[in-house]
Design a binder for this molecule. Structure first.
Ligand code: TMP
Ligand code: ASP
Length: 250
């Protein structure tokens, strides 16, 4: 569907923020915001830019299914509903400015920064925190830096790590049923008006590394944004394949 013909068009005047992959709008309810998923894609802190046809709709649908799965397993998320295929209503959160990365298999910056070989199984999974700040390129943080910058309290960090490990178990099991390996992923959390920490943002091939277990070739099995980052081709096809597998299991 065309992104310019949204039934929620009246919200377009209430744009609060435009990010790289989503636009955030106010709604008539102060506790609820509307996110609109875009086809735009960026990598390497927006140094590489492009469009992935249909990505907004695919990522909105994948995120919806995964948020519903997590909610039904008792993990609080910001998800409310999807009024259109590219829009998601979410609870208003005060975002904790951390990007929480969970790694089950070595890839990406872990390999680049440490020399660990691509594909090495990481057991137990690594949970690490980056500063959500484009001006500094989302740098990896230590706990000391988190507290010095007052990004979160020690109790919040502990709760976010516990929630991330639980989410990792649930997502890993879910993707295993899809015959996909969940290599690593990024989560964002926020705090609701009553102080509860809930999962925010999205869970999609933009924010996860996903390898097709039914394919052996290391490049052909990549079903995530690495296809865009590394110019591997058929990005749309890979995202569509993830959606089909997710829908078949959800
Ligand atoms: P990394 O290996 O580049 O640090 O990425 C780890 C995971 O985090 C990977 O699944 C991609 C995801 N990610 C984002 O969602 N947003 C980002 O800005 C970056 C750098 C990574
Ligand atoms: N989303 C990030 C960006 O553009 C990086 C990435 O996903 O690789 O900047």
């Amino acid at each position: 569907m065309s992104e310019s013909r949204s039934p929620s068009e009246k919200n377009l005047e209430k744009k609060l923020y435009e990010g790289k992959a989503k636009i955030l709008y106010a709604t008539d309810n102060p506790e609820i915001l509307l996110t609109r998923y875009k086809d735009d894609a960026t990598a390497f802190n927006a140094q590489k830019k492009g469009t992935i046809a249909g990505k907004g709709q695919i990522n909105c649908a994948i995120s919806r299914h995964l948020f519903e799965m997590l909610e039904s397993a008792g993990v609080p998320t910001h998800f409310v509903d999807c009024p259109t295929p590219i829009e998601m209503r979410v609870k208003r959160l005060t975002i904790v400015p951390l990007e929480v990365i969970v790694r089950n298999v070595a890839a990406g910056s872990l390999c680049k920064q440490t020399g660990i070989e691509l594909g090495t199984v990481i057991e137990p999974a690594i949970v690490e925190f980056c500063y959500k700040n484009d001006d500094f390129g989302d740098p990896l943080l230590s706990e000391g830096r988190i507290y010095a910058l007052e990004l979160a309290t020690p109790d919040q960090v502990e709760e976010i790590e516990l929630m991330s490990r639980r989410i990792n178990e649930l997502l890993t099991d879910f993707f295993k049923q899809c015959r996909i390996t969940l290599v690593d992923f990024k989560l964002e959390f926020g705090v609701t008006s009553d102080g509860t920490i809930v999962l925010g943002d999205e869970i999609s091939p933009d924010t996860c590394r996903l390898w097709d277990d039914t394919v052996e070739d290391p490049k052909a099995r990549v079903l995530d944004k690495d296809r865009f980052r590394q110019d591997l081709g058929n990005v749309e096809g890979a995202y569509q394949r993830v959606l089909e597998k997710v829908v078949a299991i959800a």
